[in-house]
Design a protein around this ligand. Sequence first.
Ligand code: GLN
Length: 387
Amino acid sequence: MNPAGHTPALTSRLPAVGTTIFSVMSALAQQHGAVNLGQGFPDFGCDARLLDAVNQAMRSGHNQYAPMAGVLALREGISEKIATLYGRHYHPDREITITAGATQAILTAVMAVVRPGDEVILLDPCFDSYAPNVALAGGIAVHVPLAPDTFAPDFDRIAQALSPRTRLIIVNTPHNPSGTVWSGADMQRLTDLLRPTDVLVIGDEVYEHMVYDSVPHQSIARWPELAARSFVVSSFGKTYHVTGWKVGYVAAPAAMTAEFRKVHQFNVFAVNTPMQHGLADYLRGPQHHLALAAFYQRKRDRFAQGLQGTRLRPLPCAGTYFQCVDYSGVSREDDNTFCERLTREIGVAAIPMSAFYAQPIQQGLIRFCFAKEDATLTLALERLCLL
Ligand code: GLN
């Protein structure tokens, strides 16, 4: 019995989960005045024309609920963009839904299709929301490691993990945290592997416009057989430097979209209206996303080159705005301890790689975000030279 006024004892839905590492490291960075290369977000502003477009939308009265599935003009813009880039036509009304960021899109997709006892294949390391999403749906996360050195998908192990209870696999390319990208051959292997099954796919493609060295992004939308069983998720926050707006979308065949919206409508109902109108307007203008890879490739190269002057060893980065480094030449500490000390003593925050694993393993790896002003990267590098 609880004494009056006391909160009853809780049985946690997520007993093993603490506060996400991104919030923890950002708070620590702030507390110590460190350069924050931990949580992934740009430290520079977005295009003033995008701000004007949102401002204009607010002033012209777009301030009440948007349609549940999203502002149609925005869905039309997305449909056109996907068709131009990847050659698949998603019907704006029946196959595209605007979400409050990609994290919400992924949870909603999981809740829409995973029933208690269903298995969901996750490829570790993976973004830290996936496994809790599966747990909330009552599903069972089946963790399959990516290849240890290259972080490429290991299709033999994925094949072994498939079972009659497998409902879903979550694919993330370009990959957070490793910065690897899936090749066309990888997509073909996945297509072949899933052909005899009813397994669905979530394609987390939020870094779709950050693929470097003239390599094309292999969106699931390019692969008709895969697209027919997939939720393809992306994010305006990443592409237009507005992570705080929390606007993303999901493109999926009509039957999957219908199930998705059943959950979405009772979760967020609709996403904020003026941002959607502003983004729709902006999408009608020049195709800014086409310049993003060159913009970030320059930062990647600048940062990786600067790292040569430190005792950290950069891993290859083919996509995303993350650079992983091996710190085993500097310290034998575990990656959490090392990241904490790096923030406190050196003044640079990073994310420990073990945060992306179900069974944390120590590899001497941490992740930096290089979506920063050149001056920020220079300052971080000066400090990292002290290691
Ligand atoms: N996607 C970002 C990252 O990996 C952070 C997102 C978040 O903080 N939830 O750093």
